[in-house]
Design a protein around this ligand. Structure first.
Ligand SMILES: Cc1cc2nc3c(=O)[nH]c(=O)nc-3n(C[C@H](O)[C@H](O)[C@H](O)COP(=O)(O)OP(=O)(O)OC[C@H]3O[C@@H](n4cnc5c(N)ncnc54)[C@H](O)[C@@H]3O)c2cc1C
Length: 393
């Protein structure tokens, strides 16, 4: 590497996508991940057509297509009555035509991660470092220094904070405190195909909307697995990540819901639990040679299934702006934020609103059902066009 490398802190989907996007522009990158292994948790992730455009830009289309599956519909069911509320025909020709032929997909997070990791490993100007925790940075004007646990100081041309919801880079850059605890808890699990009763198996992303709860399920790995995400309201938990859930609590939360919901929940012995957090959208993602990306910049609730998609869009835009600025990091980062902040703010705020719609009770629930049932397939496809239509890069 001749020019000083860009430093990336965090080897999640956002950090790897950023490293890859920069390397494709000829930049040297050193990425540091605190985890003992570069890997993702065992759960599914939905991919909107907007991120398939990014995969194309990053040269990943073939690899992603080998691992992703394409559901026929996104369906909302009423978890009390079992009636269908609405559906978005994401597998239809009309949907694909509307979004420049990009599909809607679902993929195992580990498979998406592996695709990104292999693509990064194939780039000779990316260095990936595991078990390396960043503690703080110094912007010295001409370069940045990243101070690591253990005392090492690493120099680079700039620092991209892709270190997620609890970002240390953000804490030092903005000092804006902890993320907002939403009061919503997600339990996640994956079932093998054989464990799912035939009448409950379908190639759709199904969301069972109940009072202050919802359950989502869809097939993964081309039908080998069934992904389940159960969400409910609770003020019992403050914060936490990737810990085991309480099966009895989950059963209580869903006890009045349809048998289809309860039968699926009963199949799971071990759940992983997440306390869902987000933040208010903000401006000021960068200062000098330091910039935030992905959840570090704009953490969101998962109700639009777009956090990883947004992080990947960020990565592509950031690399484009850096290339265009010819070494002026501060102006590249300002241009990147300018391009990104309203779109990501809209996703953050809309995701909160979708949470209210999914979990509506009483008259709100009746209103939701009556308005959404009246939606035509054309209107259902046009509604999310601002999101799935993607960005120009
Ligand atoms: C239940 C649930 C379902 C979701 N479903 C979807 C979906 O369907 N579609 C979608 O697009 N998104 C979804 N998301 C959101 C998505 O998972 C996140 O938005 C996305 O993973 C953010 O990526 P990131 O790289 O910014 O952060 P992260 O994935 O959090 O990665 C940050 C990385 O930085 C590392 N790190 C942190 N601090 C340090 C440090 N000091 N030093 C070194 N390394 C550090 C961490 O170990 C981690 O590997 C979902 C989220 C949840 C909770």
């Amino acid at each position: 590497m001749t020019a000083p490398p860009a430093l990336v802190l965090g080897g999640g989907i956002g950090g790897l996508a950023a490293a890859l996007a920069l390397a494709k522009k000829g930049r040297g990158v050193r990425l540091f991940e605190q985890g003992s292994e570069l890997k993702e948790i065992g759960a599914g992730i939905q991919l909107g057509p907007n991120v398939y455009h990014m995969f194309e830009v990053l040269g990943l289309t073939g690899a992603i297509e080998r691992w992703s599956a394409h559901p026929e519909n996104l369906i909302m069911m009423d978890a009390l009555t079992g009636e269908e509320v609405t559906r978005l025909p994401v597998g239809s020709n009309a949907f694909r035509q509307r979004f420049r032929s990009y599909p809607y997909g679902v993929i195992h997070r580990g498979d998406l991660y592996q695709v990104l990791l292999e693509a990064c490993r194939a780039e000779r100007n990316i260095e990936l470092h595991e078990k390396r925790k960043g503690l703080r940075f110094e912007d010295q004007g001409e370069q940045v220094v990243l101070h690591m646990e253990g005392g090492e100081a690493i120099e680079g041309a700039c620092l991209i904070g892709a270190d997620g919801l609890w970002s240390k880079v953000r804490a030092q850059l903005l000092g804006d405190g902890k993320p907002r605890v939403s009061g919503h808890i997600a339990y996640r699990a994956v079932l093998p195909r054989a464990a799912v009763p035939d009448d409950l198996w379908q190639n759709n992303v199904v969301l069972w909307a109940g009072p202050k709860t919802h359950l989502v399920h869809y097939p993964l790995r081309r039908g080998e697995l069934y992904n389940l995400v159960a969400v409910f309201h609770s003020d019992r938990y403050e914060e936490g990540w990737d810990v085991y859930g309480d099966t009895a609590e989950l059963e209580r939360k869903f006890e009045n819901e349809r048998p289809e919901v309860r039968r699926l929940l009963e199949k799971i012995d071990v759940w992983k639990m997440w306390v869902l957090c987000d933040r208010e959208p903000i401006k000021g993602w960068s200062k000098g040679r330091i910039v935030l990306l992905g959840d570090a910049a704009h953490p969101m609730l998962q109700y639009l299934a777009q956090g990883a998609c947004m992080a990947t869009e960020d990565a592509v835009v950031l690399a484009n702006k850096l290339e265009a600025s010819k070494g002026d990091h501060a102006s590249a980062f300002a241009a990147y934020e300018q391009d990104r902040y309203l779109r990501t703010a809209r996703v953050q705020l809309t995701a909160r609103f979708y949470g209210e719609i999914y979990h509506a009770t009483d008259v709100r629930r009746d209103l939701r059902n009556s308005l959404l049932k009246a939606t035509s397939p054309e209107a259902a496809i046009n509604g999310p066009a601002w999101l799935y239509g993607g960005i120009e890069v």
